[in-house]
Design a protein around this ligand. Structure first.
Ligand code: GAL
Length: 988
C-alpha cells in the first residue's frame, strides 16, 4: 500500500509540524516555513532501536526528528568493501566517537546477486547485521541501494548477469524494471525492518537513484523515478526519500516527477567533489545560482549534500597517467581542506552532510570498476587499514559541535561582517541570537586580520588555505558567551557542572569573553589560562599547544551552575569523548579512542583503544565513584574540576611481531593452452545474437564472455580448426576494462601477449577498451591437420553506466578472431569462472584453472608442489601459483591491522591475484602499480592461528617474472579493538 499524505500526518502527529507545512516542496510550496514554529532546542537523543515510533520530517533549515532539529553529520562507508562483519563495529564505533551521528551506505546489487532472481544477504553480505550494528552503535543510517550506485565498482553495481539481459538499464523499460523490482523487494524487506520511524532500527533516509541525469526531461526518466519512488513506498519504506544530483543541475527537485500524490517526503540532494586547489564554492541556500546553485534549486528542503568529496579515487599507475597512491589524495585533501570546505558548506546553510568516503576500504576480488585498483582507501579520514588520520581532527571537532551546539541547526544569513584579507560569512540563529562567523583564508600565506564582534575588534589569524569558525552571543549553560576566537566543540552538562570545550590550532592564543554581572569565583586549574574581569565581562585567554587540555573552572553562584572551560589544540581535541547515557552525560579524556560507555551501580564502564600509554579522566554524573577500562578496574582520584583521574596511565599497545613469509610451494598451470586438453565440458560459443552494446562482428559467433554466463575474472577460449598451412598471423579482437590483456597459444606454443593500451589523461574517462592483437605465426607452426588456438583474456571489469547508456553491457573477452593468410573455420569453446563460491560470492574468482580446481583454498593438497624461495625470476607465458601458510599469534585484546607488501623490479611484466584463506584480496600489477600494500582484514586473517596465502601469478614472456619480495606489514596496532569473529573460509 502506498502511504498517503494522511497516513503520514497521522504517523507524524503534531511533532512533525515542519513536515506537514514546510517540507511540501515543489512549485507553489508555502513560503511561510514551518521553521518559524520549530524553535531551536536540544537535538534528538542518540538513536537506537528503541521500540518507539518516531517522526522524520524537515523544513528548509534542517531535518526534524520527533520535531527536534537534527544536523546530519554522516560518513560514507561501504559494507561490501570490508568483508569482515566484526570490523563494521570497529569502523562504526570510530565514526561515532569522532563526531558522526550517521553512516551512509551504498548497497551494491551485483554483490548480492550472482544470477537473475538469486539473492544472497548472508555472511559478509548480511545487510541486516550491518543495520543492527549501526543501530547498536547509535548511528542513523542513510541507505543507498542504487539500483545504480557508480561508486567505482564493477558495472557501477549493476549485476554481471544484467549485461546479458534484455532491457535498457536505468530507464522505465519493463524488462529492466522487473529485475529492479526483485532487487528492491529483497533490499527493502531488510531495510524496512530497521526504520527509525518504527523504532526497530535507525534508518533515517533512503536514496532511490544515484546521479541520474540522462533522461531527466524524458518520460523514460520521469517514469523510472516515479516507479522507483512508488515501489520503495509500497515496500514499506516510510522515511524521506531522495536522489543524489550529479553536481548541481537542479535535477529531481520536489515536484519534478510523480510521487503518487505524496508530498513533503522527498528531499533534494546534490553532490560535490570540488578541486582542493580551488576556492570552496557557495553551494548552499545562501549561494546564488538558482537551479544550478546546489541547495538553491530547492528552497523548501534543507541543504543536503549526500556526497561531498572527503578524498578521491586513484587510477591505476602507468606511463602517462599515473595513479599516485592514496598518500597523495590525503595530502591534497588534508585536514585543512576538510575544515575549509565543510565550514563553507555550513556557512551556506547545508545541514545534511555526508562525506564520501569516511572509510573507503577495499574493492576486493573483482569488485573494482575499471578506473580503480584494489585499494579504495580514498585518502579518507579513516584509512583502509582502519587507522585514524589527521583528517579526523576537523571532522571530530565540527561533528561534535553540530550535535552539541543546537544553534547550528537553524541559521540565517546575517549582515556581512568583514575581516580584511579573509572571506567571511556571518550567520545568526533567529531564536537564540547566537552569531556564527566563518572566516576563510583563500591565500597561500597565513592571514592576520581583525573581526569586529560584540563591540570588540578581535584579532584573528587564519592559516594559509584554511578556515576558522567563531561564535558570539552563545549560551554556555546558564552563562552567555559574548564572543570566542576559538571554535566551540562541546557544550554539555556533566554532573553538577556545565562543560564547554573550545578548540584551535596548536601554538595560538585563543580568547573568549563571558558575560557576568559580577566577577565570578574562578579556579585556575592551569596557570596558563588567564583572565581579567572588567565591567561585566570576563575575558579569558588560553595558549594552545603541546597536545594539552587547558582548564579553568568558573564557580557556580546563586544563579549559575559551575562552568568548566576546556581549551584543546588539535591533538587534545581528538582525545575528548563526550557520551550520553540514560543516567547522564560523560566526558572522557585521554585514550586514543572511546568505543562504549555505560554507567552501572557507581561505576563507569568504558571500552576503547590506547596506542601510547595514556591518562584517563572522566567527568560524569554525580555518584560515580569507580572507573572500569576494558574490563579492568582503574585506580582514580578526584581532580579539582570534579573529574575522576587515573592514578597511573593506561598501558599502550605492546610491540606486535609478524613472521617472515617462507616455505613457498609452486606449481604452473594453464593446461588449457595445450592441444590435448579436454574441453568437452566447456560451453560451445555458438550464439549469434547478444544484448551487448558491442556489435557482433559479421560472420562470427558471439564470443563475449557475459553471454555465456561468465561475468568476473579471467576467461579462456579454445578454438579448434583444421589446417594452419597458410596462416601468417592470428588477429584477436578483444575488449576489456583498463589494464586488460590477452595471451594466446597455438597448439601449446606461446604466440604472445597483448596488453590494452594504458589510458592517459585524455582517454581515462572513455571507459571500455578494445583493441586487436596481431600475433604472427611462425612457419614451423603451419601444418595441415587439427590445431588448437588457446586464448586467455584477463578482461578486468565492466564499465560503469554513469550516463545510463548501458555501457556496462560493452563486451568483455574476445570479440572476433580472424587470420591472415588463411580463413579456417574455427569452433570455439569458452570457460570462465566456475559456480560462484557459496561463501565468498560471485566476484571472488575468475576462470583460471587453479581457481576452478580450488588451488586458492585453504587445505588444498600442495605437498607435491615444488618448494621454492622468493624472489623468483622466471621467464614464462602463463599462470604459476605459489602457496604458503603462516601462523600469527597476536595477543588477545590487541587490534593489529596487517597488510601484505609485494615489491619487485618495476620493469617485470607480471601480476598476481592474492588469495588469503581463499578470499581474493586483490590484484597486484607489478609493472603498473601504484598499489604495493594489500590490506588483510582481521576475520579473514586469523590473527591467532594459521593462514593460507596463495598467489596466482600471470606472467608475460617479454620479461622475467617474480614474485619478488613478499612480506607482511603492520599498518597499525592498538590495545583494545573489537572482538573479531572468524569469517567462514571453507577449504578443500
Ligand atoms: C560520485 C558518485 C559516487 C562515486 C564518486 C567518485 O559522482 O556518485 O558513486 O563514484 O562520484 O568517487
Amino acid at each position: 500500500m502506498a502511504l498517503s499524505r494522511r497516513s503520514f500526518s497521522a504517523l507524524a502527529g503534531t511533532a512533525a509540524l515542519g513536515l506537514a507545512l514546510g517540507g511540501s516542496g515543489g512549485p507553489g510550496a508555502p513560503a511561510a516555513y514551518a521553521a518559524r514554529s520549530v524553535p531551536t532546542g536540544p537535538p534528538p537523543p542518540e538513536p537506537h532501536a528503541d521500540g518507539r515510533p518516531h517522526t522524520v520530517g524537515f523544513d528548509h533549515y534542517s531535518l526534524l526528528v520527533d520535531g527536534r532539529r537534527l544536523v546530519l553529520w554522516s560518513g560514507e562507508m561501504h559494507p561490501f568493501r570490508l568483508p569482515s562483519p566484526s570490523l563494521w563495529w570497529d569502523v562504526l564505533q570510530k565514526m561515532r566517537a569522532h563526531g558522526h551521528n550517521a553512516v551512509s551506505i551504498c548497497v551494491a546489487w551485483n554483490y548480492h546477486s550472482p544470477a537473475p532472481d538469486r539473492y544472497d544477504f548472508t555472511g559478509v553480505r548480511d545487510l541486516d547485521l550491518f543495520l543492527r550494528t549501526a543501530a547498536e552503535t547509535g548511528l542513523y543510517v542513510v541507505v543507498r541501494p542504487g539500483p545504480y550506485i557508480n561508486a567505482e565498482v564493477d558495472g557501477g553495481g549493476l549485476p554481471g548477469w544484467l549485461t546479458a539481459a534484455p532491457g535498457t538499464a536505468r530507464t522505465a523499460d519493463p524488462a529492466y524494471l522487473r529485475h529492479v523490482d526483485t532487487w528492491l523487494t529483497h533490499v527493502d524487506a531488510i531495510v524496512s525492518r530497521h526504520l527509525y520511524t518504527r523504532g526497530t532500527g535507525t534508518v533515517l533516509l533512503y536514496q532511490i537513484e544515484n546521479e541520474y541525469d540522462s533522461h531527466v526531461d524524458e518520460p523514460a526518466g520521469r517514469d523510472y523515478m516515479a516507479h522507483l519512488y512508488r515501489k520503495v513506498r509500497r515496500d514499506g519504506i516510510d522515511v524521506p526519500l531522495f536522489h543524489n544530483d550529479k553536481g548541481r543541475n537542479g535535477h529531481w527537485v520536489p515536484g519534478s516527477f510523480d510521487t503518487g500524490g505524496e508530498k513533503g517526503r522527498w528531499l533534494y540532494g546534490f553532490d560535490g567533489y570540488p578541486s582542493p586547489s580551488r576556492t570552496p564554492p557557495d553551494w548552499g541556500h545562501f549561494g546564488t545560482g538558482g537551479r544550478t546553485g546546489g541547495a538553491t534549486a530547492s528552497p523548501h528542503t534543507p541543504g543536503f549534500v549526500p556526497e561531498f568529496g572527503g578524498g578521491w579515487f586513484d587510477p591505476w599507475g602507468g606511463v602517462s597517467f599515473r595513479g599516485k597512491g592514496y598518500a597523495e589524495a590525503r595530502r591534497t585533501r588534508d585536514a585543512a581542506y576538510e575544515r575549509r570546505f565543510h565550514l563553507t558548506n555550513l556557512a551556506n546553510g547545508i545541514t545534511l552532510h555526508n562525506v564520501y568516503m569516511t572509510f573507503g576500504g577495499t574493492s576486493w576480488g573483482w569488485l573494482p570498476a575499471p578506473v580503480v585498483y584494489t585499494s579504495y582507501d580514498y585518502g579518507a579520514a579513516l584509512d583502509e587499514g582502519r587507522q585514524p588520520t589527521d583528517k579526523l581532527v576537523p571532522m571530530h571537532q565540527i561533528g561534535h559541535m553540530l550535535q552539541r551546539v543546537p544553534d547550528f541547526a537553524k541559521l540565517d544569513r546575517a549582515p556581512e561582517v568583514k575581516a580584511a584579507g579573509l572571506t567571511t560569512y556571518h550567520l545568526t540563529n533567529p531564536d537564540t541570537g547566537a552569531h556564527v562567523h566563518v572566516l576563510r583564508n583563500d591565500h597561500d600565506k597565513d592571514v592576520t586580520s581583525t573581526l569586529p564582534v560584540g563591540g570588540t575588534d578581535l584579532p584573528v589569524t587564519v592559516p594559509a588555505r584554511d578556515a576558522r569558525l567563531m561564535v558570539a552571543g552563545l549560551s554556555l549553560g546558564q552563562r552567555r558567551l559574548r564572543y570566542s576566537t576559538a571554535q566551540p566543540m562541546l557544550l554539555m552538562s556533566a554532573g553538577r557542572q556545565d562543560v564547554a570545550v573550545f578548540t584551535g590550532w596548536s601554538g595560538e592564543m585563543v580568547s573568549l569573553a563571558l558575560e557576568a554581572a559580577e566577577e565570578p569565583l574562578v579556579t585556575r586549574l592551569d596557570p596558563d589560562v588567564a583572565y581579567v574581569y572588567d565591567q561585566g565581562l570576563m575575558r579569558v585567554t588560553a595558549p594552545l599547544g603541546g597536545g594539552r587540555l587547558l582548564r579553568m573552572l568558573v564557580q557556580g553562584d546563586g544563579e549559575n551552575r559551575p562552568l568548566l572551560l576546556l581549551f584543546a589544540d588539535e591533538a587534545a581535541s581528538v582525545r575528548l569523548w563526550p557520551r550520553d547515557t540514560p543516567s547522564g552525560s560523560l566526558l572522557v579524556y585521554g585514550p586514543e579512542l572511546l568505543r562504549t560507555a555505560a554507567l552501572r551501580d557507581s561505576a563507569v564502564h568504558l571500552t576503547g583503544d590506547t596506542v601510547e600509554a595514556a591518562g584517563l579522566e572522566v567527568w560524569g554524573p554525580r555518584g560515580i565513584e569507580r572507573v572500569v577500562w576494558n574490563g579492568g578496574a582503574v585506580r582514580t582520584s578526584v581532580s579539582g574540576s570534579a573529574s575522576l583521574c587515573s592514578a597511573a596511565p593506561l598501558p599502550g599497545v605492546p610491540k606486535v611481531e609478524l613472521p617472515p613469509l617462507g616455505g613457498w610451494r609452486a606449481r604452473t598451470e594453464n593446461p588449457e593452452s595445450g592441444p590435448n586438453f579436454d574441453d568437452s565440458g566447456w560451453r560451445l560459443a555458438d550464439k549469434s545474437a547478444s544484448y551487448s552494446t558491442t556489435e557482433v562482428p559479421k560472420g562470427q559467433p558471439v564470443l563475449f564472455a557475459d553471454d555465456y554466463g561468465f561475468h568476473y575474472g579471467d576467461v579462456w577460449y579454445r578454438g579448434t580448426f583444421t589446417d594452419s598451412t597458410g596462416i601468417e598471423a592470428v588477429e584477436l579482437a578483444y575488449s576489456t576494462g583498463t589494464q586488460g590483456l590477452l595471451m594466446a597459444w597455438l597448439d601449446g606454443e606461446p604466440l604472445g601477449t597483448h596488453r590494452m593500451p594504458v589510458p592517459d589523461s585524455r582517454t581515462i574517462r572513455k571507459g571500455s577498451w578494445a583493441d586487436t592483437a596481431v600475433l604472427p605465426v611462425r612457419p614451423e607452426r603451419r601444418s595441415p591437420g587439427r590445431h588448437v588456438l588457446s586464448v586467455l583474456v584477463r578482461r578486468m571489469q565492466h564499465d560503469q553506466d554513469g550516463r545510463a547508456q548501458d555501457t556496462h553491457k560493452a563486451a568483455r573477452g574476445l570479440t572476433a578472431a580472424s587470420f591472415t593468410g588463411a580463413s579456417p573455420k574455427v569452433r570455439w569453446r569458452i570457460q570462465g569462472e566456475a559456480a560462484p563460491d557459496p561463501v565468498r560470492g560471485p566476484m571472488n574468482n575468475g576462470g583460471l584453472f587453479g581457481e576452478r580446481e580450488g588451488w586458492h583454498l585453504p587445505g588444498f593438497p600442495d605437498r607435491d608442489w615444488e618448494a621454492v624461495d622468493f624472489p623468483r625470476a622466471e621467464r614464462r607465458q602463463g599462470v604459476t601459483w605459489y602457496r604458503t601458510t603462516f601462523p600469527l599469534a597476536v595477543p588477545p585484546g590487541i587490534d593489529a591491522s596487517i597488510g601484505l607488501v609485494m615489491e619487485d623490479d618495476p620493469s617485470r611484466a607480471y601480476r598476481a591475484q592474492i588469495f588469503l584463506n581463499g578470499w581474493n584480496m586483490g590484484q597486484y600489477v607489478n609493472d603498473v602499480g601504484p598499489q604495493h600494500t594489500f590490506v588483510l582484514p582481521n576475520g579473514i586473517l586469523r590473527t591467532r592461528g594459521t593462514n593460507t596465502l596463495a598467489l596466482a601469478v600471470l606472467s608475460e614472456f617479454t620479461t622475467l617474472s617474480g614474485p619478488g619480495r613478499v612480506r607482511l606489514t603492520l599498518l597499525g596496532a592498538a590495545a583494545g579493538g573489537v572482538p573479531v569473529t572468524p569469517v567462514a573460509s571453507p577449504g578443500r
